[in-house]
Design a protein around this ligand. Structure first.
Ligand SMILES: CC(C)(COP(=O)(O)OP(=O)(O)OC[C@H]1O[C@@H](n2cnc3c(N)ncnc32)[C@H](O)[C@@H]1OP(=O)(O)O)[C@@H](O)C(=O)NCCC(=O)NCCS
Length: 168
């Protein structure tokens, strides 16, 4: 197994990404609320940008967990996506994304969607390569890091069990 990278550790805020979209009719379902696939594509993009900024390499999505559509987003709402790296394992990085819907007329805002996405850093040949470690600084970053560590452990256990069952 390739050793951990010797690149300097980075903070979550060094790679965090925020983006804002206007929900247009082409992003909606026939009910006039956001089509889930569009929101997922925006989440994948913003999370991938954070992962890429963290490792300074190409990345690919390997998993999306705990995706929750909590509130509908309507045509005309502004959609703010915030992504930051929660945890770095070896070659994989868990990125948390929070999507907030904002009504630009009233200023009302609420969290509409959340998810955890896992990306793998790739070398020039497209093989997994170690990513720089992560140093959480703020209380929020430390809490997210601790929770992500638990999820990463559970995810690895689940993947191992699934691979085992597949091979049986
Ligand atoms: C990324 C890829 C090259 C990794 O190859 P691999 O043989 O799975 O490599 P590994 O088994 O060494 O796994 C690499 C890392 O990903 C993690 N991983 C693999 N599958 C995962 C999953 N479903 N969820 C979370 N983490 C996962 C492993 O735990 C490992 O993490 P670590 O190095 O931090 O410990 C390969 O899985 C791939 O090409 N997947 C397709 C990616 C893609 O096309 N994405 C676009 C979305 S459609």
């Amino acid at each position: 197994m390739e050793p951990m990278t010797h690149e300097p550790s980075k903070t979550p805020s060094a790679s965090a990404v925020v983006s804002r979209h206007l929900l247009m009719p082409q992003h909606a379902n026939p009910r006039g609320t956001a089509f889930g696939g569009t929101i997922m594509a925006w989440m994948d993009t913003v999370a991938g940008m954070a992962a890429e900024r963290h490792c300074g390499r190409d990345v690919v999505t390997v998993g999306i967990d705990s995706l929750a559509f909590k509130q509908p987003i309507r045509i005309g709402d502004q959609v703010v996506l915030k992504a930051s790296v929660n945890y770095v394992s070896r070659t994989s990085m868990e990125v948390g994304v929070q999507v907030t819907r904002e009504n630009p007329h009233t200023g009302e805002k609420c969290v509409a969607t959340t998810a955890h996405l896992t990306f793998v850093a790739l070398d020039e040949e497209g093989c997994p390569v170690p990513a720089p470690s992560l140093t959480p600084e703020t209380a929020d970053e430390k809490r997210r890091y601790a929770h992500a560590l638990q999820r990463v452990r559970q995810r690895k256990e689940r993947l191992k069990a699934e691979t085992q069952a597949h091979n049986d």
